[in-house]
Design a binder for this molecule. Structure first.
Ligand SMILES: NC(=O)c1ccc[n+]([C@@H]2O[C@H](COP(=O)([O-])OP(=O)(O)OC[C@H]3O[C@@H](n4cnc5c(N)ncnc54)[C@H](OP(=O)(O)O)[C@@H]3O)[C@@H](O)[C@H]2O)c1
Length: 269
C-alpha cells in the first residue's frame, strides 16, 4: 500500500509522527516531513536515511497554524515529489489543566493547532489526491470521551472526529480513504510535557494503565490503514471504552464519576 507512495506527514520530527515516518520508510514510502523545528526534523531525516537508505525523504519546516504557510509548503512538496498519495495530519499538543485555571488562549491555540492545522493540511493536499489515496488524522481516545482535566484539548480532538466522519462520506465518491488514529497515553516528548500541568485527579484516573510506546502506535496505525479502518484504536481497552461510551454515555459518566469520587476521598486536593 505504501511502496513508492508520496506521503506528507505533520509532527514528523518527534514522538508518534516520527515513528510513523520511520515505519513508512521501511515500507518503501517517499516522505515529506513537516514540523516547526529544523534541527529535530533534520535529525529524523538522518535516522530514516540510516535505516532506509533508498528512501526519498525531505524536510519542510512549517507551522501548521498558518494556513498560507501550509498551502505554500504543500505546493513545494508536490513540486519536489511530483505527486501526493497520502496525507497524515498528526501534529498536535495537549495542555491538561482544570477548566478554571486554563487561560482562554490555550483553548484558542489547541483548536488552531490540533483542529485547524488539520483542516489547512487536508485543504492543501486534497487537490493532489487521486483515487486510491488516503487521508489520516491523529485524534485521541479523548476524541470520543470527555475526561476530567482536558477541557481545552478534548474538544479539539472531538472536532477532528467530526471532520473525519464528514470527509469520509464526501471523499468516498473520490475513492479517498479517511482514517482517524485514536491513541491512548503514549510515551513521547509531548506526553512528558503534558504531565507537567495534569491535574492530580487526571493522573490518578489513568493510574495502573500502561502507556504505549510510539513504535507500537505507529505499527498499529499502519495496520489499520492497510485494512482501510476508519477509527483506529490502539488496544482492546480503547476499543471497549469506545463502544461502551458510544452505546451507553450515561453509564460511562457514572463509572467515571464513581472513580473520581473514590480518588477525591482518598486524596483530598
Ligand atoms: N502522546 C500521547 O499520549 C498522545 C495520545 C493521544 C493522542 N496524541 C496525539 O498524537 C499526536 C502526536 O503527539 P506526540 O505525543 O507524538 O507529540 P510530540 O512528541 O510533542 O510531537 C509533536 C510533533 O508535532 C510537531 N508540531 C507541534 N506543533 C506544531 C505546529 N504548530 N506546526 C507544525 N508542527 C508542529 C512537533 O514539532 P515542532 O514542535 O518542532 O513543531 C513534533 O514533531 C498529537 O496530535 C497528539 O495530540 C498523543
Amino acid at each position: 500500500m505504501f511502496k513508492n507512495k508520496v506521503i506528507v506527514i505533520t509532527g514528523a520530527s518527534k514522538g508518534i509522527g516520527r515513528e510513523m515516518s520511520r515505519a513508512l520508510a521501511r515500507e518503501g514510502a517517499q516522505l515529506a516531513l513537516i514540523a516547526r523545528g529544523v534541527d529535530a526534523l533534520t535529525d529524523a531525516r538522518l535516522q530514516i536515511l540510516e535505516e532506509s537508505p533508498d528512501c526519498k525523504v525531505e524536510v519542510f519546516p512549517c507551522d501548521i497554524t498558518n494556513a498560507a504557510m501550509v498551502a505554500a509548503t504543500v505546493e513545494a512538496i508536490a513540486q519536489t515529489f511530483g505527486s501526493i498519495d497520502g496525507c497524515i495530519s498528526n501534529a498536535g499538543y495537549s495542555y491538561p489543566q482544570y477548566f478554571d485555571q486554563t487561560p482562554i488562549v490555550e483553548f484558542e491555540k489547541q483548536i488552531q493547532t490540533n483542529y485547524l492545522g488539520a483542516v489547512y493540511l487536508i485543504k492543501s493536499c486534497k487537490p493532489y489526491l487521486k483515487p486510491g489515496s488516503f487521508i489520516a488524522v491523529t485524534s485521541s481516545v479523548l476524541g470520543y470521551m470527555g475526561c476530567f482535566g482536558y477541557s481545552s484539548y478534548g474538544p479539539s480532538k472531538y472536532a477532528l472526529l467530526g471532520l473525519a466522519e464528514t470527509l469520509r462520506q464526501e471523499f468516498a465518491f473520490d475513492k479517498i480513504q479517511v482514517s482517524v488514529l485514536c491513541p491512548p497515553d503514549t510515551l513521547t516528548p509531548g506526553y512528558e510535557l503534558e504531565n507537567l500541568t495534569k491535574p492530580k485527579e487526571t493522573t490518578l484516573l489513568s493510574q495502573g494503565i500502561k502507556a504505549l510506546e510510539p513504535e507500537e502506535v505507529a505499527s498499529i496505525f499502519l495496520k489499520g490503514l492497510r485494512k482501510g479502518k476508519f477509527i483506529i484504536n490502539c488496544n482492546m481497552e480503547s476499543e471497549l471504552i469506545f463502544r461502551f461510551k458510544m452505546m451507553a454515555p450515561e453509564a460511562y459518566y457514572k463509572v467515571i464519576m464513581s472513580q473520581l469520587k473514590k480518588i477525591k476521598k482518598k486524596n483530598p486536593i
